[in-house]
Design a protein around this ligand. Structure first.
Ligand SMILES: [Zn+2]
Length: 212
């Protein structure tokens, strides 16, 4: 099973490891820093031994990487893994911005349900089931989010169950939330954000989050 270094150290951008299996263009690794789409956070971009990763796919606890067909790698080969840090850091900042906003929304809109979330390196979006426009509460959510970001609080990320790879993040005095994404060390790293409301149809509201 791939050891997920991106949890132990989400700031690591280079890794030397070994190939543990090869199935045509798909390889698995002994350890990895390369995140694969889950929990709405997009996959990293990067390379394995210089070959661009075409797709990273999480299946159970394993992560499968698709490489160009001519990769020529074999099981046991030592490989260098690199990720696009600029992209990953934006994903981490938007991801945590979404965590904060989501938590604040739940408090404001008691009984609301999240029906979707997606984090790219350009924006994060969270969709809720909610019967009316959230325009009115968005400025307050923005202000409260800014307070948490400006406090530059420590973000703890840990396993709640290592065997099943269940994880959570926690900010003391704010929230403790289950999530298997890659998290920042401190809330201040999120920086300035902008919130936008979008009406996406009957009974559903979307919040879009942008980095400034
Ligand atoms: Zn998270």
């Amino acid at each position: 099973m791939t050891e997920k270094i991106f949890w132990k150290d989400p700031y690591q951008t280079h890794l030397e490891t070994r190939v543990t299996s090869v199935n045509d263009d798909v390889v698995t690794l002994k350890e990895t820093i390369f995140y694969a789409l889950s929990g709405g956070q997009e996959s990293d971009s990067g390379s394995i031994e210089g070959f661009p990763v075409m797709e990273a796919r999480k299946n159970g606890k394993e992560i499968f990487y698709s490489l160009p067909e001519d990769h020529g790698l074999a099981t046991g080969d030592p490989v260098k893994v690199e990720i696009d840090w600029d992209r990953r850091y934006k994903l981490m900042r938007l991801h945590f911005a979404a965590e904060i906003v989501l938590e604040l929304m739940y408090r404001q809109l008691s009984g609301s349900t999240k029906v979707g979330a997606h984090i790219s390196d350009e924006k994060a979006r969270i969709d809720f089931e909610w019967g009316e426009s959230i325009s009115g509460i968005l400025p307050e959510i923005g202000k409260d989010a800014k307070k948490i970001i400006d406090a530059n609080a420590i973000i703890i990320s840990r396993f709640s169950d290592e065997v099943t790879e269940r994880r959570y993040w926690e900010v003391d005095g704010f929230a403790r939330v289950p999530c298997g994404g890659t998290h920042l060390k401190r809330t201040g790293e999120v920086g300035e954000i902008k919130l936008k409301r979008k009406n996406i149809g009957k009974g559903k509201e979307r919040v879009e989050i942008f980095l400034e």
